[in-house]
Design a protein around this ligand. Structure first.
Ligand SMILES: Cc1cc2nc3c(=O)[nH]c(=O)nc-3n(C[C@H](O)[C@H](O)[C@H](O)COP(=O)(O)OP(=O)(O)OC[C@H]3O[C@@H](n4cnc5c(N)ncnc54)[C@H](O)[C@@H]3O)c2cc1C
Length: 458
């Protein structure tokens, strides 16, 4: 066991952090996983829309398995940058290496001057929106509040923005059907609002809803909904057709609209609330460049604006930044500049899951895949998560090689590390019994509530 005396800190216990911890633990490394939340599941719990019940449960069980490896010590409710100082941990604690698996939880700011003054007053960002959507049914929920209103605007274009549109439409339709005495639920509506309406002999128009509209800066065929193979003109044309089909399928099943070729340039304010956005039209040049069309502005009024234009890593004091991501030493296992023992992994590197990587995970670009993203997206997302794990596993040998060249901490340092870790665990009331802790902190699931009420859950 060449790595036996090494001790590695991993910040973030979700897909990336758990995979890294497990890979290292199997090689004899002692790993301490610090997680800011009580539950270590990250985007799986708070970002993946809650209608993906089976996928969520499966992925969470995988994380549980990895974090209960005997060489892994879990420290919940401990946030780097708040409860622990990054530079202190990196320079003074004596860890052999520190892995940042903290994901991407900061929404990219909507580029409209002054718009952030209206967060919670007509504007909500995607991460807060999805958190609310996933948890609002919990009896003791006290997080951000969102009121979904008909005629909302979503600014985006990627898969997450489609999920936001689906969530809005399902919520609106569920409410309208309830007013007509028809009880349905999310898991039924996820199969397609069109199917549910058809089963009740209703048309969408009869509900009297406007629905929501997704504004995207490029053309529908440019929406990053499926991987893009641009190696030949035929493949490019095919990939564009597939993207259009995905978007059209989603609109047909969930009754939202997409307005392509629009960028937000200004806000409409009424009193102390955001009342909509001013969009400028765009065009895509033959070379693929996006050009704004001067004088083409139009006002779009809306009771709610959701910004879903991507997530980037959160700023943590002491970690050098380059633009919106961590500053890394190029081509060197994502080593954070200025620290030869700190590495960023997973979504913390780029701020997003890499669809192209998930493609390499055994699936060809095909129409079937495109359908999967919306019809059986569990399979597609599961593939994406496997790809993330593969990326972590594939990158670790380089980190391990560096580790092999370092002196492990001496016994006194190791003892001190674990004394501090124990103190942190005690501070948050964690006694080391992982399964018991998880059982105590798992929130009530919507499907449990529905089955208690006697509705078919899913
Ligand atoms: C809807 C959806 C679609 C996806 N599609 C794809 C795809 O197409 N292709 C693909 O490759 N992947 C895809 N994925 C997978 C996804 O992008 C990642 O693989 C994975 O979910 C992200 O894992 P992560 O551990 O890097 O980040 P996260 O899940 O964000 O986990 C980060 C963890 O770090 C914790 N943390 C954050 N800050 C701190 C701090 N300061 N201190 C301590 N802890 C902290 C967080 O609480 C969280 O638990 C998809 C995922 C979802 C949910």
């Amino acid at each position: 066991m060449p790595y036996r005396d090494h001790v590695v800190a991993v910040f973030g216990g979700a897909v990336s952090g758990a995979e890294a911890a497990w890979q290292l633990a199997q090689r004899g490394v002692r790993v301490v996983v610090f997680e800011q939340n009580a539950l270590p599941y990250g985007k799986i719990e708070d970002g993946l829309p809650k209608w993906h019940v089976r996928l969520r449960d499966r992925e969470e069980a995988r994380i549980d398995e990895k974090l209960t490896h005997p060489n892994v010590t879990f420290v919940p409710c401990t946030r780097l940058g708040r409860d622990l100082d990054f530079e202190d941990v990196a320079r003074n604690w004596g860890f052999s290496a520190i892995l940042l698996a903290t994901g991407a939880w900061r929404d990219r700011p909507l580029p409209v001057p002054g718009i952030d003054d209206y967060v919670g007053k007509g504007l909500v960002y995607q991460n807060a929106f999805m958190y609310w959507f996933n948890h609002m049914h919990e009896p003791d929920y006290d997080g951000p509040q969102v009121t979904i209103e008909d005629g909302a605007i979503v600014v985006g274009g990627g898969l997450a923005s489609i999920d936001v549109c689906k969530a809005i439409m399902m919520t609106l339709v569920e409410e309208r059907l309830r007013q007509r005495g028809i009880e349905t639920h999310l898991f039924e509506l996820d199969k397609g609002i069109d199917r549910v309406l058809q089963a009740h002999g209703l048309s969408f128009e009869e509900l009297g809803l406007r629905g929501c509209t997704l504004y995207y800066r490029r053309r529908i065929e440019d929406m990053p909904l499926t991987p893009m193979d641009t190696s030949t003109p035929e493949l490019l044309a095919k990939a564009r057709a597939v993207r259009r089909k995905v978007a059209e399928n989603a609109m047909r099943k969930f009754f939202f609209r997409i307005e392509p070729l629009h960028v937000p340039v200004d806000k409409i304010v009424e009193g102390d609330r955001l009342a909509g956005l001013v969009f400028r039209r765009t065009r895509v040049s033959d070379e693929g460049r996006l050009e704004q069309i001067p004088g083409s502005e139009r006002e779009v009024r809306a009771p709610l604006v959701v910004s879903s234009i991507g997530s980037v890593p959160e700023v943590i004091g002491g970690i050098p930044m380059q633009g919106q991501t961590y500053k890394l030493v190029s081509n060197d296992c994502c080593m954070v500049e200025g620290f030869d023992n700190v590495f960023a992994i997973g979504n913390a590197v780029t701020g997003r899951g890499n669809i192209n990587e998930s493609m390499k995970h055994g699936r060809a670009v095909s129409e079937a895949l495109a359908e999967l993203y919306l019809c059986d997206s569990d399979q597609a997302i599961g593939d994406g998560i496997r790809a993330t794990e593969d990326r972590i596993a594939g990158g670790l040998p380089r980190i391990l090689r560096r580790l092999g060249r370092r002196q492990p901490p001496d016994e006194a340092t190791r003892r001190r590390i674990f004394e501090r870790v124990k103190a942190l665990q005690q501070k948050v009331g964690y006694d080391g019994n992982y399964h018991d802790w998880i059982a105590r902190h798992k929130p009530v699931r919507l499907e449990e509530l529905l089955s208690r009420e006697g509705s078919v859950a899913h």
